[in-house]
Design a binder for this molecule. Sequence first.
Ligand code: SF4
Length: 682
Amino acid sequence: MARMPADTHCPYCALQCGMTVGGAGTVAPREFPTNRGGLCQKGWTAGSLLSHPDRLTTPLVDGVPASWDSAIGHVADRIRDLQAAYGPDSVAVFGGGGLTNEKAYLLGRFARVALGTSQIDYNGRFCMSSAAAAGNRAFGIDRGLPFPVTDLDDAEVVVLAGANVAETMPPLMGHLTGARLVVVDPRRTPTAERAVAAGGLHLQPVPGTDLVLALGLLHAAVTEGLVDRAFVEQRTSGFDDAWRLAAQWWPERAERACGVAATDMRTVVSWLAGSARRYVLTARGAEQHAHGVDTVTAWINLSLALGLPGTPGSGFGTITGQGNGQGGREHGQKADQLPGYRRIDDPAARAHVAAVWGVDADSLPGPGRSAVELIDAIGTPGGPRALLVFGSNLRVSAPDAARVAAKLDALDLLVVADFLPGETARRADVVLPVAQWAEEEGTLTNLEGRVLRRRRALDPPPGVRTDLDVITGLAAALGFGGFPTTPRAVFDELRAASAGGPADYSGITWDRLDAGEALHWPCPEPGHPGTPRLFLDRFAHPDGRARLVPVDHVPAAELPDDPYPLRATTGRVLVHYQSGAQTRRVEELAAVVPDVFVEVHPDTAARAGLVDGAWARVESRRGRVLARVRCVLSVRPDTVFLPFHFGDGQAANLLTNPVLDPVSRMPEFKVAAVRLLPVSGE
Ligand code: SF4
């Protein structure tokens, strides 16, 4: 049923552009600081999915339409049976970085209280986990951007390390028009093109060597006398130890390892040191490595040596990807965390959250497995036998996709709550049809740590329930009837659970958000203005100092060799979002990029016997993808690129390496050894 137009935000990325959604699902851009009235194609077309013919509107049990009561009852019965036979951890939960704060929070409470399982993690593990771990290590707290996006308007120099914002977040480019840009990317992306055209630089490292580049930059800063000694002395610790390792990476040596000219390194450092307003921003290109935490740390070390973080008009930040990537990692759907961004192994945090939940702290499970490890454990003794998935399309988004598919197929019970039949939902034992963004109320936290209201513009189709209804319904069926049921009630409980934690939402009331405020956490009491800028006086470690952490280069886990001589790297394109389950169904977007492709340098294509437009088999040690060849000069001759928005035989993650970062447990999406073969060879 149509309602009144609602001022809300885009359902896709973390920029959370303002938009107004009409009662018929029409979308109009709305003025908001991050987008200033702009939208990208994905935002403009988001309304078309509300009435898409593929919408799921009926629960399915073993492929057969079922009533909600019987579907929920069936899932609850199966959970009870499995847990009676195999213990609480035999049931696992998998969430998503697109879920509202309320869903992420309630999912964590549901897992740890109603299921009593430690086995919960989410797809943010594939997205921001390395940046989060590096930020916590360096600054004592992790908020993607510790300053508002609008601060970038006055920047003189911005380094974008592994961020292709011209395609992933086009309105963000509007905040960078006054800055000289340095883009670090193995591809000459549209962002890199814009940087060069405006007098900036494109640094094109070999995939997997970004850390060496950052070390080379730090070396140049030190040896050219450009370090901000007063800042380092007064506001940081660990410089000498970090320098001891960076000292081995003089720019010429770094050039040999990463392929970026030493002269360019010195130029970038001189630009950063010679400007009053300068920023270093990282994104997935720096993070999605088996040593992503150390790579982000190397960029942080450089930023601290130059005195950027916590300095008005300058800073270090990471650009969150998913719509609620920031909030999604704060409220307890992560294996090692409780709400308020608290550690699950912290006794004080457990006691606080247990009191809010009305349970004994000792009854709360400890840390569970991270995403890839959770999937890997399926089919092993003590591993999950049932998986409940909310807001994630694992068959496309997880690394080593063929292995993931086999693991999911081995489950006794796979339950997927979704609004479209994505690849994971299509193979589920139970499918629960849920509402979309414009059909529900809630809050999200954007890339600036700013909490926003998502508003309902129209009612969901008949037969559809919200994720919150599904979670509370399942909890009730398992004998846990006391869960809050409305988004506002869940948010109020979330505020109480977050009080006193690093991400303190207690002063952000539903009424303040409804009145038009969009507050940055921490906001510890009603009336508090929120905290748009962090670290101006002190960092969040007990001594108030930021920490430089010594890091050194470790090669990618899988290097090119004779059988697999190329490096494959993966990423996004302008018209698609994440696993593509949504954007592949939008006619205007699918028409632009209907299928997977592989970008290949013309020399590399010629050596492989391929021409532009031909089909090629891209093979790694884990799988193969059939992809259309795009011969482009924008990739290095030693590298090929595939977008990861496609499923089944087109999934780039059939190729990727599931080796994990030792700290963040992030998989190495950005480097896999591959070979190219003409399809005629089949
Ligand atoms: Fe804005 Fe991101 Fe939505 Fe595009 S996808 S309109 S950049 S929020």
